[in-house]
Each structure stands twice: as structure tokens, then as C-alpha cells.
Design a protein around this ligand. Structure first.
Ligand SMILES: [Zn+2]
Length: 329
């Protein structure tokens, strides 16, 4: 299987509320980048990548790493030093100052120029995926509705896509509202992460997106992240009989978007947002069940989405374009 949206820095256990505050985040960031924290992070991402592989996942794309610890892991796997899945690593994500997840896993920028510089920094460090926080995230939302509020400007996201596309690297954007999805697609984002309710205009933009690297964009719904907290709390996930009306707003919107995208025949990838609360590293299979239970997929279509339909690889590592022409894939 291919899991197109993972994180390797945590295991899916509920976050300690104290660490979710800005102060807590700064403490965690300081530790993660310290001489003691670096080997800890390296061991953590290695362990989690192994779990993914043992659960049947042979390719992952991380979308938001603490630093470049997953780039290092990817190179060790590619060199045959460690057994692990094929990895597209994003490094830190792109966000506006004081937006989703800084300072732990974000490079912040306030203008298109600064955004280009941030992308170039990641590309030079060897990333082969780019992640944007286009709207607010659920985990850092302080009030209801904040999760989907647009954050980064279209111009800034356009600069990021332009810079990444020059090196054949696709861009994923966290977007949890129709407006966030629209702005991301306009900017040329290649994969919409999580997503929201769609309309004919948005569906048309997915199908034909001249600013995207391949002329179209795909949706990675991550139903696991949207639904797992509710399913876990109610303990009613065994047969997926959980009535949809009880899901929180974000879960419902995400399910609607996935269903609409499936009906419209858009390109849909399988991602879980692994590492988020109640989304453990071993449970990519659960996303297939959720796509079947809630988004109108047949089992064969879900398997197809997790295996054959995703085209995430860029031909060459961008670092090789910066530093030489060694062809890796
Ligand atoms: Zn994520």
C-alpha cells in the first residue's frame, strides 16, 4: 500500500494537553533539536517507519516533519542500511507566522519571497515533498470554525508551488474548508489534504488545474484523522454503524468531500494523517475500511486508490538537481 499522508514523529497516542499549548510546543521543539533530542527523533521515525512497513505499507509521503530527520532516514533506507518503506519526505511544513503548528514543524513566511526562500531551504536539505498549511488545523484550533479558516495567501502558495514544481516536486496543502480548497487549487497545489465539501467549480478545478505540476490535482481525504477520535471515544467503530450526523463538523465535511470526489471520478489517494491522535502507525488498512463505509468506495476501488492510482514520485531528487545530476529513480 501507499500512504500519501503520514507523520513519523509520533505514534497516535492522545496529546498531552500541556504540550499542545504554544509554550509546550516550544519546549518540545527545543528538545527535538537538542543534542539529546536528535537521536531520540531519529530512533522514533525509524521505529514508526518500520511499523508502517510491517503493516503492509511500502511507500509513504510524510507531510510535516520536525526537521530533516525523515530525509536522513530515507537516505539510509535507499542506501540499504535499514529496511523501511520508500519515502517521500517533506521536512518542516510551510506556514504563515503564528499559524498551524509553528514552531515545532513549520518554516514560517509572511510574503511570497520569504515563502520561496523557505521552499529552497527544504529542497536544498533534500526533501522530495512540500507541505503547506493553507488553512488552520484541527489540533491547534482554539475555537470552532478556526480549523478551516484560510491562512496563507494565494500569492504565497503560488510562489511555493512554482518553486517546488521547477524541481518536479509536488505540493500538498492542508485545506479544511471550501474556500481553503479553492485558494489552494488556484495556487497550483497538487494534492488537497483532508478537504471539505466540494461544488461543481471546485470539482472542475481539481480536474483541470493548469498551475498544478501535472495539470490536475488529487484529493487525500484522511478519513482516519477526521473520524478516529469520534470512533475511539464512542467505541462504536467495529461495524462502522456510527451515524454520520454525530460526527463533528470537520469529519462530516471531509466525508462529504471524499464522497463527492469519488462520484465525480477525481484522483483520490489514501492517506491517514498517521501520528495524529488515535491514528496509529499500523492502521493504514482502516482508511480503506472508512472509504468503503462512508465515501461510497467498493473494496476494489479502495485497494486501487491505495496501490495503483497514486503517482507521487518525482523522477529525480531535487537535491541532485541542486548538487549534481546523479539519477536515483
Ligand atoms: Zn498531517
Amino acid at each position: 500500500m501507499i500512504n500519501a499522508h503520514t507523520h513519523l514523529f509520533s505514534q497516535g497516542k492522545p496529546l498531552n494537553p500541556k504540550l499542545a499549548t504554544p509554550k509546550g510546543q516550544r519546549m518540545v521543539a527545543t528538545f527535538a533539536h537538542s543534542p539529546l533530542g536528535k537521536p531520540y527523533m531519529a530512533a522514533t521515525v525509524k521505529h514508526n517507519a518500520t511499523t508502517l512497513l510491517e503493516s503492509g505499507v511500502t511507500t509513504i509521503r510524510t507531510l510535516g516533519d520536525v526537521g530533516y530527520e525523515v530525509v536522513t532516514l530515507r537516505d539510509q533506507i535507499d542506501a540499504g542500511q535499514i529496511l523501511g518503506p520508500r519515502i517521500l519526505a517533506s521536512g518542516p511544513l510551510m506556514a504563515i507566522p503564528e499559524a498551524m503548528a509553528p514552531p515545532l514543524i513549520a518554516l514560517t513566511s509572511g510574503t511570497p519571497e520569504e515563502a520561496r526562500t523557505a521552499v529552497a531551504q527544504n529542497l536544498k536539505a533534500g526533501v522530495n515533498a512540500i507541505k503547506i498549511a493553507a488553512t488552520g488545523g484541527v489540533t491547534d484550533a482554539q475555537e470552532i470554525g478556526e480549523a478551516g479558516s484560510p491562512q496563507m495567501s494565494v500569492e504565497q502558495m503560488r510562489a511555493i508551488c512554482d518553486e517546488a514544481h521547477q524541481y518536479g516536486v509536488i505540493v500538498g496543502a492542508h485545506a479544511q474548508s471550501p474556500e481553503g480548497v479553492r485558494r489552494s487549487l488556484l495556487a497550483g497545489v497538487d494534492t488537497i489534504e483532508h478537504g471539505s465539501v466540494l461544488d461543481d467549480e471546485l470539482i472542475g478545478m481539481f480536474r483541470h488545474n493548469p498551475n498544478a505540476l501535472r495539470g490536475y490535482s488529487a484529493l487525500i481525504p484522511t478519513l482516519s484523522a477526521g473520524l478516529s477520535p469520534d470512533l475511539a471515544w464512542t467505541g462504536r467503530d467495529r461495524h462502522h454503524r456510527h451515524p454520520i450526523g454525530e460526527f463533528q463538523k470537520r469529519g462530516r465535511r471531509m466525508v462529504s468531500g471524499a464522497r463527492q470526489a469519488h462520484e465525480a471520478g477525481l484522483m483520490i489517494g489514501v492517506g491517514t494523517d498517521t501520528g495524529m491522535t488515535f491514528v496509529p502507525q499500523y492502521a493504514t488498512w482502516r482508511e480503506l475500511e472508512l472509504l468503503v463505509a462512508y465515501a461510497g468506495f467498493s473494496p476494489a476501488e479502495a485497494l486501487h486508490a491505495a496501490t495503483a492510482r497514486q503517482r507521487l514520485h518525482s523522477r529525480r531528487r531535487c537535491r541532485d538537481r541542486f548538487f549534481g545530476s546523479r539519477q536515483i529513480r
